[in-house]
Write a protein that binds this ligand. Structure first.
Ligand code: FDP
Length: 330
């Protein structure tokens, strides 16, 4: 069906900025820079099968996982898109152990950007959707440049969060606290076009749970009971891609419950609070859903370290509450 009008992400961001007369335009530019990085990463991801770029490098990231070449590329693209703009106070990334400072030769700004440049990277070689996740805070320390404490802020203090999913099409989904908006990349013109304004998790939701069920034996009794309940009594179906951005994107569009619980091997779960759980929590919250660590809201957790992990239960409000109820019963 022909569109009556086409809204590019640039146009949309400028229109949003106009709703806030006090805005300086810095935030609009920052999101614009992230959208540019997304296009560069998307180009490389879609060409990955064509060029000799696949396969792990010799290096390991700070979690001891094999780093794939595209991870390094995506990390560099994000850093280079943001470090020289004068908008960013400091950055942190899954691929870097410590804080990523803004080089002295560039001005620093007010925003702190934390990202996972290429999440789900074990899926690259098998052509499964992967993604970039970002979380934006305002610097709260006094100095000119950001410090670690600026990154260790709870999810509720995020000023924006989003992800890009590199799937059958590339989509950028973000919120700055006024709803969740999705843009699809039109590769023929190189523009993100508004395709999903004001996204809401469907009500009633699709009854789908998403978890790596192969870890069943490592779960707590309560977790085992929850999943048994969902499939035997509550009549749920199951979907698990094993790529967080893709699993969350499906959950946002259709409803359901995504879980990555604590288990005997990973007592704090596997997923990272600052650049996986917290940004997804803000998106879900803004879309009418919820995110929890099984006991408390992800948005309320005060982080203690950059790469801290958390169990994650995210998706439709009623399903996250159901999970919390089972876990509380022990
Ligand atoms: P990956 O290891 O491929 O990078 O946090 C990383 C992540 O993928 C998530 O994207 C995904 O949801 C999860 O790990 C999958 O973990 P399991 O293989 O343990 O299910």
């Amino acid at each position: 069906m022909p569109q009556s009008h086409v809204v590019t992400i640039s146009r949309f961001l400028v229109d949003q900025q106009r709703l806030h007369p006090e805005a300086t335009g810095a935030f609009t530019s920052l999101l614009h820079d992230i959208a540019l990085a997304a296009k560069l990463i998307s180009r490389e991801v879609t060409q990955a099968g064509l060029v000799d770029i696949l396969g792990a490098t010799e290096e390991e990231n700070v979690h001891g996982e094999a780093v794939q070449k595209l991870d390094l590329y995506a990390n560099q693209v994000m850093i280079r898109a943001l470090d020289h703009t004068g908008l960013v106070a400091c950055m942190a990334s899954e691929e870097s152990e410590g804080l990523i400072p803004i080089p002295d030769k560039f001005d620093a700004g007010d925003y702190v950007v934390i990202f996972d440049p290429l999440d789900g990277s074990s899926n690259i070689d098998v052509n499964v959707s992967i993604g970039t996740i970002f979380s934006i805070h305002r610097k709260r320390s006094e100095g000119d440049r950001g410090v670690l404490e600026d990154c260790l802020q709870p999810g509720r203090d995020q000023v924006a969060a989003g992800y890009i999913v590199y799937g059958s099409s590339t989509m950028l989904v973000y919120t700055s606290g006024a709803g969740v908006h999705g843009f699809t990349l039109d590769p023929s013109i190189g523009e993100f076009l508004l395709s999903h304004p004001l996204m809401r998790i469907p009500e009633p939701p699709k009854k789908v749970y998403s978890i790596n069920e192969a870890y069943y034996a490592r779960w707590s009794r309560a977790q085992q009971r929850l999943v048994t309940h969902l499939k035997t009594e509550a009549d749920f179906g199951s979907r698990y891609i094993g790529s967080l951005v893709a699993d969350i994107h499906r959950t946002l569009l259709q409803g359901g419950l995504f879980m990555y619980p604590a288990d005997t091997k990973s007592p704090d779960g596997k997923l990272r609070l600052l650049y996986e759980a917290a940004p997804m929590a803000m998106i879900m919250d803004q879309a009418g859903g919820r995110a929890s660590d099984g006991h408390r809201d992800i948005m309320s957790i005060e982080p203690e370290s950059l790469h801290e992990r958390t169990p994650l239960y995210v998706g439709s409000h009623e399903f996250v509450e159901l999970a919390e109820k089972f876990l509380a019963e022990g």
